[in-house]
Ligand binder design. Structure first.
Ligand code: SIN
Length: 514
């Protein structure tokens, strides 16, 4: 940059999970305003899913491993919809990103010889999961990146939430409006990066913070962005089955990687006779469990022969809080919404379809995860794309952010309990047109009344209705077969159009259906 940076050179990054923090750091020395829901280091349970990530970072580091093998496992989990070039690039970035975090001071778990300990998770052909604190990798990554951002002079942290994007007459995103303690604040920017996380909080049972309701997806959708593969929501098979709904603690997949088994109340193996057994892809394990729980049976993760207290302290603490000792009692489990594979469609540089807008992390659909994310590929993807996005923004000539106009902010009653009930019952692990159609119509009505959560739900439901096949995490009871693999795109206006068609066609008994 040939002149001193001004306010118009500013980049705004929304979200302070791994994607937002890594992007802000990689952008240095460009001036960045990082919009965070809470002061860094004080994130609460409702703010970022990164802090909850029990898995780790997949990286082809072992002597028997190679990024090409990691990419192949990623493609295979993605069930025909992952982009091979993206998978290659992200897998190749893995070892270097682990090094980067080590350089920032993250103390990963190591074996007796001092080398990185490598864990195994479902659908990985090699031990390649790098972890910290046993099952507390996300929290360690978050702490490390937050500390680095706090010490980075080019990043200003503003506490608040994005409420609308600003666009110029040509549709270019010119910044955003944030709700802060001081009221609404306009943040003009040469580039805006959404790193707002996923939408598991739209479901009654989720492993995500309750606040993960697709806010960034909706900001982009309302501004006209194209979204990709939005129907693909991954359900984690083994959330700890507490009696309550809402955010459920996770029993990490690594427990199964280390030998824990799924059993019924009589001790019979739930995965007996199913290819891959406990380490089959997540959707397969989740549906096998849901088949049992749907019949009113309980399913347990028997980890008694593992030293859970020592090796998985986060899970052990959750069990203790629930009054369970995993050394003595199998852990009751059930599937819960975990990760959104779809999102804002971005290219290999993280650019959305709207000039001036980039997206990173779970809110983005890069083409890596396809129809089903491979475990421990998400922290990795976020960091890999953060570096790409920062390089792209740096290489893009700074265009003074004009005033732009504020897109009319639609806000109304969130109606979260109703949205969650509809999503869980009709847009969940097993779907069919008879449930999806009414879900689309109801969510569209709530979305029109201003509910952002219903808007996110509408996008998922409309895309799910359109995909008349079963693939990866999207299981249609009325279309169990597969068609030729194809990614889908949707916009908000298209989703509303689907609802209108269905609404017109719905029988007058619709009220009874819903
Ligand atoms: C887990 O620990 O089971 C979750 C890991 C992931 O979702 O990547």
């Amino acid at each position: 940059m040939s002149r001193n940076p001004t306010i118009h050179d500013r980049v705004v990054v929304v979200g302070a999970g791994v994607a937002g923090l890594a992007t802000a750091l990689r952008l240095a020395p460009l001036p960045v305003t990082l919009l965070s829901a809470a002061p860094l280091g004080e994130e609460t349970a409702t703010d970022t899913a990164t802090a909850w990530a029990q898995g780790g970072i997949a990286a082809a580091i072992g002597a028997d491993d190679d990024p090409a093998l990691h990419a192949a496992d990623t493609l295979s989990a993605g069930a025909g919809l992952s982009d091979p070039e993206v998978a290659r690039r992200v897998a190749e970035a893995g070892p270097g990103l682990v090094e980067w975090l080590c350089g920032l001071g993250l103390a990963f778990d190591r074996g007796p010889d001092g080398t990185l300990a490598l864990g195994l998770e479902a659908a990985h052909g090699r031990r390649r999961i790098v972890k910290a604190g046993g099952d507390a990798t996300g929290a360690a990554v978050l702490r490390t990146l937050a500390r680095a951002v706090s010490a980075c002079p080019s990043v200003t942290v503003t506490v608040g939430r994005a409420s609308a994007l600003m666009q110029d007459g040509a549709g270019r995103v010119t910044g955003l409006v944030a709700r802060t303690e001081r009221g609404p604040v306009a943040l003009p920017a040469r580039a805006s990066v959404l790193a707002t996380g996923g939408l598991g909080g739209l479901y009654r049972s989720t492993t995500n913070p309750a606040g993960a309701t697709g806010s960034g997806l909706v900001l982009a959708a309302r501004a006209g962005a194209v979204l990709r593969d939005v129907e693909f929501v991954q359900f984690h098979p083994t959330a700890i089955a507490l009696a309550t709904d809402g955010s459920l603690p996770l029993a990490t997949e690594a427990l199964r990687g280390e030998g824990a088994v799924l059993v019924d109340a009589a001790g019979g193996r739930v995965m007996a006779g199913i290819s891959g057994a406990e380490l089959a892809p997540r959707d397969v394990v989740a549906r096998a469990i849901a088949l049992r729980t749907g019949r009113g049976e309980a399913v347990f993760l028997d980890a008694r022969r593992l030293d859970v207290a020592r090796r998985f302290p986060t899970v052990a603490a959750f069990c203790r809080a629930a009054g369970l000792d995993p050394a003595v009692t199998p852990i009751p489990v059930r599937p819960a919404a975990h990760y959104h594979m779809g999102g804002i469609r971005v290219d290999g540089r993280g650019r959305s379809s709207l000039p001036g807008l980039w997206a990173c992390g779970e809110v983005a659909a890069t083409g890596l995860h396809g129809a089903n994310r491979l475990a421990s590929n998400s922290l990795l993807e976020a960091m890999a794309f953060a570096a790409q996005i920062a390089a792209d923004i740096r290489d893009t000539e700074s265009r003074a952010a004009g005033p732009g106009h504020l897109r009319e902010e639609t806000s109304g009653p969130e109606a979260l309990p109703e949205v969650r009930a509809v999503m869980e019952a009709q847009v969940g692990l097993v779907r069919e047109a008879a449930g999806l159609g009414p879900a689309v119509v109801r969510l569209a009505a709530l979305a029109r009344a201003g509910s952002a959560a219903a808007t996110a739900g509408l996008l998922v439901a409309a895309a799910a209705l359109g995909r008349e096949e079963s693939r990866g995490a999207h299981w249609r009871a009325d279309h169990p077969g597969q068609r030729a693999p194809r990614s889908t795109e949707i916009t908000l206006s298209r989703a509303f159009a689907v609802a209108k068609t269905l609404g017109d066609a719905l029988p007058s008994s619709f009220e009874a259906i819903r």
